[in-house]
Design a protein around this ligand. Structure first.
Ligand SMILES: [Zn+2]
Length: 283
């Protein structure tokens, strides 16, 4: 029986225990179940409002870390699911990156951080990987999922983008698995920081107040980034990596007339109810 079961063993379908050190509040309760529902679901108690899914540890910090910190500050519960452990990284080790990711999670205030342990530099979109990711989505029940950009330098980023979309859809299928009730996120947002493939971001999040927190989280990956001029989707221009990130964030900020921003793309058209409430000046 379930309903209010706190059987945390159901969290073991991903490989890392939930991170609980963030300041954004504890886990929230399970969703109500319809009376007469006889499926033997076992519910983990850690659900989140927003789940960011990325191919590699440090991807979330680089692309949407400011937004995650802002969500936590606003009182939303947030989580990060890294798909791989970084064993193919040129610098450092998977163990080092695990520690760095844990510290960065605390900086960003996320409620949980887990790892699906898919092969680094070998992510594929298969029924098995879709199911593994869909199970995490059913268990954590995010309203919003943040996915990588549809295109990327690294094949893992491109594959993960579609994998996340597919898994979000499958997570809503009742008969997918018996461990957790179906859940389909309302929206999938693509974090398009450092990518120029889209003509324009659909929207930009103002991270002016969170930029230094974002940079602090990125600096947690010292084994990867200290002394480098390139990372992830960041094309090098000779500047130190941390300076490029600041300048790129300032560029996205100018798109909405603020100091620092992070861009997102959605395939859906955004809705407006009151034209007079629109901001971002034309001139
Ligand atoms: Zn990456």
């Amino acid at each position: 029986m379930i309903g209010t079961s706190r059987n945390m063993a159901t969290c073991s379908d991903s490989r890392t225990a939930p991170h609980t050190g963030g300041p954004s509040g504890g886990p929230v309760g399970p969703p109500p179940r319809a009376s007469g529902d006889r499926e033997p679901y076992l519910l983990c108690m850690t659900t989140v409002d927003v789940l960011a899914v990325a191919a590699h540890r440090d991807d979330v910090e680089l692309t949407c870390g400011g937004t995650m910190a802002k969500l936590a500050r606003q009182g939303h519960t947030t989580g990060i699911l890294d798909l791989t452990q970084g064993e193919m990284g040129s610098r450092g080790s998977a163990q080092t990156r695990a520690h760095e990711a844990s510290v960065a999670a605390t900086v960003l205030g996320v409620t949980l951080r887990e790892n699906l342990a898919l092969p680094d530099a070998g992510i594929v979109n298969t029924p098995e990987t879709r199911l593994a990711l869909a199970k995490v989505i059913r268990r954590t029940r995010p309203r919003i999922v943040i996915a990588p950009a549809p295109r990327g330098r690294h094949p893992d980023h491109r594959v993960a983008s579609q994998l996340v979309r597919d898994a979000c859809f499958l997570a809503g299928l009742t008969k997918l698995d018996r461990d957790h009730p179906p859940h389909r996120p309302l929206k999938v947002l693509h974090s398009v920081t450092f990518r120029e493939d889209q003509v324009k971001p659909t929207f930009v999040v103002d991270i002016t107040d969170e930029f230094e927190t974002k940079l602090k989280a990125i600096r947690c990956y010292a084994s990867q980034f200290d002394g480098t001029t390139q990372a992830g989707e960041v094309y090098p221009n000779g500047e130190p990596l941390y300076d490029i990130i600041r300048h790129q964030s300032a560029h996205y900020g100018t798109l909405i007339r603020c100091k620092y921003g992070e861009p997102f793309f959605t395939y859906e058209t955004m809705r407006v109810d009151d034209l007079t409430a629109l901001d971002v000046s034309t001139f």
